[in-house]
Design a protein around this ligand. Structure first.
Ligand code: ADE
Length: 250
């Protein structure tokens, strides 16, 4: 059986995954392109787990290595995102139904957002992987959402599905946020990697999926909220979702 690739940008977004792989034994690490690829088992599933670091180029290069060097048969990205739509709150979980690069604009040669010569702006992740992530997220929220909301002083988390937009820019102002809302009214969340992963996977016919927990609402408070969420909360959400997703994924 081939392995499942699991990517995140930052260590907190992987939760306890690498520690679990080490504890399961038969664990090795390969360094390539200044990244570490951890090969082993998590929750009984053969995986390759890696940190892409931040940004679309980092995500694309890492996805490419996972496909061509580590021979994974699917890739899942787990991480945090800024909320874009008004009803998306810190702690909510978004499973992507579509991904788009909000900073890609080769107009007037090509329509805004379209990937030149690929004739598409939106990339749909794999429906089965997305469904499995949504089920895992819903069960995490049903079991732990109320207690975690109490503990961290946030609303009880909800699970959403829809458009996630990606760009090489941390969104942290009212103006930038409202420009995105105006241009892409169906966008739920913004991050810096997912659409790059989705493009590479589309080009190679490799199924992928993206799950994001909202760490901030992409406004002036975003830098503080992002740092605090990463420090205290991101790993709990990621571990809770991945623990329920992986056993159901194969
Ligand atoms: N990831 C998490 N929060 C983000 C934001 N506000 N902008 C871009 N990427 C993010």
């Amino acid at each position: 059986m081939k392995r499942l690739g699991i990517m995140a940008a930052l260590p907190q977004e992987l939760g306890d995954l690498i520690a679990r792989m080490q504890a399961a034994g038969d664990f090795r690490t390969v360094t390539l392109g200044r990244r570490e690829y951890h090969i082993g088992q998590a929750h009984g599933v053969p995986v390759v787990v890696t940190l892409a670091r931040i940004g679309k180029v980092a995500a694309a290069a890492t996805a490419s290595a996972l496909i061509h060097v580590f021979d994974v048969d699917a890739i899942v990205f787990t991480g945090v995102a800024g909320g874009v739509r008004g009803d998306v709150n810190v702690g909510d979980i978004i499973v992507a139904d579509a991904l788009l690069q909000h900073d890609l604009d080769a107009s007037p040669l090509f329509p805004r957002y379209e990937v030149p010569l690929l004739e598409r702006a939106r990339f749909e992740p794999d429906a089965a992987l997305g469904n499995a992530l949504a089920v895992a997220a819903a069960s995490f929220v049903a079991e732990q959402g109320a207690a975690l909301a109490d503990r961290f002083g946030i609303a009880v988390p909800r699970v959403h599905r829809g458009l996630i937009i990606s760009g090489d820019r941390f969104i942290a102002s009212h103006d930038a946020l409202f420009a995105l809302r105006d241009a892409l009214p169906d966008a739920l969340a913004v991050e810096m990697e997912g659409a790059a992963l989705a493009q590479v996977c589309f080009e190679h016919d490799v199924p992928c999926a993206v799950v994001r927990t909202i760490s901030d609402t992409a406004d002036a408070a975003a830098p503080t909220s992002f740092v605090e969420f990463l420090r205290a909360i991101a790993a709990i959400w990621s571990s809770g979702i991945v623990a329920r997703f992986l056993p159901a994924s194969r």
